[in-house]
Design a protein around this ligand. Sequence first.
Ligand code: C2E
Ligand code: CA
Ligand code: CA
Length: 642
Amino acid sequence: MITGKALGWFTLRSLDDRQALAQLNELQKQIPLLYALLSVNSVALAYTHAEVAPAWMTVWIPAFLVLASLYRLVTWAMRPQIVTDPSHAVRVMQRTILLGSVMAIAYIAWSLGMNQYGGEREHAHVAIFIAITVIGCIFCLMHLPQAALAVTALVTIPYLLFYVTRSDPIYTAIGLNIVLVTLVMTRVLLNSFQGFTQLIRTQRETERLNREVTVLAHTDQVTGLPNRRHFFSELDRINTQELLPGQAWAIGVIDLDRFKAANDTYGHLVGDQVLQMVGQRLRELFEPHEMVARLGGDEFAFLIRADGPMATERADRVCSLLATPMQIGGHLVSIGASCGLATTNEVQGPARALYDSADYALYAAKSENRGSSMLFSADHEQRIRFHRRLEEALQSADLDQEISIHLQPIVHVRTGRIVCLEALARWTNADLGPVAPDTFIPLAERMGLINRLTLLLLGKTLEAASLLPPDMRISFNLSGHDLVSSQTVLAIIALVQKSAVNPRNLVFELTETAVVRDLAIAEQSIGALHALGAEIALDDFGTGQSSLSYLHRFPIDKVKLDRSFLAGVEQAGGCKLLEAVIGLCHSMGIACVAEGVETQDQLLFLQNIACDYYQGYVFARPMPLDAVTSLLERKDHQLLQA
Ligand code: C2E
Ligand code: CA
Ligand code: CA
C-alpha cells in the first residue's frame, strides 16, 4: 500500500494538474542552469586531468557529456514559457527524472573513472567535483524532488562505496562527510518543496473561494436569480455597435403591484415565498441564456435580444403570469406586475440609458395602466426632456421668491361656515410659468429637495395663519419624505413652537403612501406631531389599498375622502360605499371631509349622508391670502345679517 503510494509519488502518477503545471513552470527556470553547471564542472575536471589521463577520458567522454548537456540546455531554454497542458507537464517531468538518472550514472562513472589517474591533488578535485555537482543538482531540481533524490542516490551511493572500499580513512571521511551534507541538503529540499506544495494548495483554495464568493456576490439569495450587480455588469457588457440591421436588445423592468401590502399583511416569510414564486415563474418564461434578475425589493428585470413588438409580447406574458394568484402557506396571494420596456431601436446611447428609459416606461405604465407593459416611446422622451427642464429650473430656483401658498376653504356641511383653510403650494417660474404641485412636489421628492421645501412652505403658512382670525384652522400637507426624516419633523415642531400660531389650530395632512414608506418611523413622527396639539388628517383616502388599518394604528382625527368617491355618487353602488366609509369613520370618532365637491347636487348628497365637512370648487377655489381675508369678511357679514 505504502510502496504503491510511494511509487505513485515517484513516477508522478498521483500529481494533480495544477501542481504539475506549477512545478514545470518553476523547473523551466532552473534546468538550463543545471546543464550549464554540469558543463562547466566537466570542463574543469577534464582540464585538471588533461596531463594525467588518456585523451578518451579527458577529451572524448567529457566532450560527449558537455554536448549532451548543451543539447538539453538548448531544448529546455527553447520550450514554450507557459505550459498549460498538465498531462504534457507530467510527461516532460517523467522524462526529466529518467534522463537525470541516466546522466547521473554517466557522470559518476566518468568521474570515478578519472580517480584512477593522477595524484592527490587530482583525486581531491574529483571529490570536490562530485560534491559540488551533486549539491548543485539538488538545488536546481528543487521543484522536482523525485529527480533530485534519484540523482543524489545514484551519485552518492556508488561514490561512498568507492571510497569506503579503498579503506583509506581520509577518503572514507571525505565520502561520509559529503554523504552527510547531501542528506541534510535533501532534507532542506524536501522541506522547501513541502512549502511550495502548500503554497499551490493555498492558491487553489483561494481561487475556489474567490469563485464561490463571485457566484454569491452575483446571486440574489431569496430567488436564486442573478442580482442587481450581475444584471448591470451584463448590461454594461452588451455592445450595441455589434448589432446587425434588424437586431435589437430589449430591457424590461418589472415592478410587482401590491407586493408591499401582501408583505405587510401576511408577514415577511410569506413575502419571501411570493418572491421565490415570482422568480420561478420568471424562469419559466425565459430561456437559460437570457438574463432575468431580481434588482432588489419587488423589482425584477430582463435583458433579451428582441425588438419592440417581441419584447412587448414577452412582457405581456410576464404581467399575465404574475397576475395569476399564488397559493402560499394557506393564503391565496394575488399580486400583479407592471413592466416598462425599452429597446435599442428607440433608445440610443450607452446601455445604462436603456435601463433608465425602461424605468421611465415602467413609471408611465404604473400611473396610466397598472398591471400592463409599456414600451418607451418618443412621447416619453419628450416628457423626460420637459422634466429635465423642470428639474433644472427647480434646482436653480430662488424658492423663497418663487414659491407661495394658496388657501382653499374647508366648509362645515351643515352650517356653511369656513372652519379651516388648506394651504396648497404654488410655484411660478420666470421661464416655465406656473407649475402644478402635482408635478413639482413629486419632482422635489425625487431630487431630495422636499424637506427644505416643506419647511419653507410651513414658514409661509404659519405667517399667513398669524394674519387670520384666531379661531381659524389651517391645514398643511406633509410629504412621506418629511415623515421619515426625524430631523425634518423636529424642525417642523420647532417652527410651529416659534410661531404665533396655536398648534391646536393646525392640521397636518398625510397620505397613506406617506405612512406606508416606513410604518415604525411614521408612527413616531405622527405621534410627535399629535403630541404638539395638532390634528392629523389622512389625505386622499380611498386611492390606496389598505388604509382602514391605519385608522386604528395612528391617532387620526380626520379623513379626507378622495375626489374619486364623489365621482361614484352618480352610480347607486358609489353612494353606498361613501355612506359606509363615513359611518365607519364616525364609529371611530373620526370626522370626514369630502374633497373635490364641484356641484350643488354633490353637496346636497353630502348633507343627506351626514358628511361633516367639504372642500371644492363649488364653494371656492384655492386663492391667495388677501382674497381669503376678504372672503372671510364677506361671509361673516352674511352670517351676521342672516
Ligand atoms: P391634495 O392635498 O389632495 O389637495 C387638493 C387638491 O385638489 C388641490 O390641488 C386642489 O386645488 C384640488 N381641488 C380642490 N377642490 C377641487 C375641486 O372641486 N375639483 C377638482 N378637480 N380639484 C379640486 P392642487 O393645489 O393642484 O394640489 C395637488 C396636490 O399637490 C395636493 O393634493 C397635494 O397632494 C400636493 N400638494 C399641494 N401643496 C402641497 C404642499 O404644500 N406640500 C405637499 N407635500 N404637497 C402638496
Ligand atoms: Ca391635502
Ligand atoms: Ca386630497
